[in-house]
Design a binder for this molecule. Structure first.
Ligand SMILES: C[S@@+](CC[C@H](N)C(=O)[O-])C[C@H]1O[C@@H](n2cnc3c(N)ncnc32)[C@H](O)[C@@H]1O
Length: 279
């Protein structure tokens, strides 16, 4: 994994826990809101945190409900680029699955194990490895990536998953995509150290590796209010003594740009489902 990305996430752990913790299910992805709902009114940090976390959980529930109508979700899952493991724990608890949470950040693996333990889950295990090296076992039914595939080298990732998943296995992706790289790709990538791409780029990489894109769903409208909530969080957080004001101002400026990108359709949020074809 790119050390720029490992360093970024290692340094971000405390901020993620503060904003989206304490768990046990800690997510670091956007959330699902009713399109057109009122932006948050000035609230306490605790209320804003609760609203953000509830929206993240709704996004997972919404995606899983959608995917379960597309294909069998299987019993053995791999959560690639698992962050602090919110989706791994969700999958294990709500679906009764065995989940291997893959992270390249050793500190995150320790935290995911602690959080799974605190939830009484024995079916989540961690693997510290790069996303492109998920193993040759052909034993997993499902691989998923929640706002993590935007960091990966997609041809390498799908080629690796071809060896990791059993025939007929599924890859589920929730992520952001660019329709036209200008102007939003550099703006997004610079802030999050990503390499966002179009849905077509994923489709082609998957096809070359032996996967077919079998389903696509747009959740851009349902996720744009996330930026209002995150900006409201930053405003409230800035009032605390000792707040890191330059960081919070930069974050707010970036999140305002994201809100524009979402509203202009320059960045889209999608759920993609790929099926591993052939033997
Ligand atoms: C936006 S976070 C999403 C985390 C998690 N999936 C979630 O939804 O809460 C992106 C994640 O991708 C992981 N990541 C990025 N590149 C990676 C790579 N090459 N190998 C493994 N993980 C990677 C980061 O460590 C980070 O946890």
């Amino acid at each position: 994994m790119d050390t720029r990305v490992t360093g970024y996430y290692t340094a971000k752990t405390a901020q993620i826990m503060e904003k989206y913790g304490p768990g046990p299910r800690v997510h670091f992805h956007i959330g699902h809101f009713t399109p057109g709902a009122q932006p948050p009114t000035p609230s306490s940090l605790a209320e804003l945190r609760a609203g953000l976390v509830a929206a993240q959980e709704r996004l997972v529930a919404e995606a899983v409900a959608h995917w379960s109508g597309v294909a069998a979700l299987g019993h053995r899952g791999l959560d690639v680029g698992c962050g602090l493991g919110g989706t791994s724990l969700w999958w294990a608890k709500e679906l009764g699955c065995e989940v291997t949470a893959v992270t390249a950040v050793p500190e995150h693996a320790r935290l995911v194990e602690e959080l799974a333990g605190s939830a009484g889950l024995t079916t989540v295990r961690c693997r510290v490895s790069d996303a492109h090296d998920t193993g040759d076992q052909a034993r997993y039914d499902t691989a998923m990536a929640w706002e993590a595939a935007c960091y990966f080298d997609r041809p390498r990732w799908f080629a690796g998953l071809r060896r990791t998943l059993r025939p007929g296995g599924m890859v589920f992706v929730e992520d952001v995509f660019v329709r036209d790289p200008v102007p939003w790709k550099p703006v997004f990538d610079r802030y999050w150290r990503t390499d966002v791409a179009s849905v077509d780029t994923y489709r082609r990489a998957a096809h070359t590796a032996g996967f077919t894109l079998v389903d696509e769903r747009d959740l851009t409208a349902e996720t744009s209010a996330f930026w209002d909530w995150s900006i409201a969080w930053n405003a409230e957080r800035s009032r605390l003594p000792g707040a890191d004001l330059p960081r919070l101002r930069a974050s707010t400026a970036a999140h305002r740009r994201m809100r524009t990108a979402w509203n202009e359709g320059g960045i889209e949020v999608r759920l993609l489902a790929f099926e591993r074809t052939g033997a």
